[in-house]
Write a protein that binds this ligand. Structure first.
Ligand code: 5GP
Ligand code: ZN
Length: 113
């Protein structure tokens, strides 16, 4: 998609701090993190909605997201993490390229979505 910011990140056309990459998905740090380490996992292929992502790619996104969540918890001493996906503007989706948020959480955070 010509004007999609996350497609441009996937293509290396604009910079991002990459956490993980394979043939299906890319994970990179969120530019406006809720907590340090907040990561986004995206399909490399453009999909606005989670509903059109092929099963293998959607499964990889979830698998990698949870592995990153565990790594953030262990390495940065967090207590927990959220996996969160907003599908549609009324649900809070701002960037129209589907993405899974991995948000590390500490007990002092309180819970808020
Ligand atoms: P949404 O509200 O669509 O679920 O989340 C979009 C997320 O993308 C936000 O947390 C925002 O900080 C992040 N974001 C928006 N533009 C960029 C960008 O250019 N680079 C990176 N790394 N993150 C971005
Ligand atoms: Zn895109």
């Amino acid at each position: 998609m010509g004007n999609c910011i996350f497609c441009k990140i996937a293509a290396g056309e604009i910079p991002a701090v990459k956490i993980y990459e394979d043939e299906l998905v890319l994970a990179f740090l969120d530019i406006g993190p809720i907590n340090f380490g907040h990561t986004l996992v995206i399909p490399k292929e453009h999909h606005e909605s989670s509903s059109t992502i092929p099963e293998a790619t959607a499964g990889r996104m979830f698998h990698i997201g949870s592995r990153i969540g565990i790594a953030l918890r262990r390495e940065l001493d967090y207590d927990a993490f959220n996996l969160h996906l907003a599908d549609g503007t009324a649900a809070g989706q701002v960037v129209p390229h589907a993405h899974l948020h991995v948000v590390p959480r500490g007990v002092e955070d309180g819970f808020h979505w």
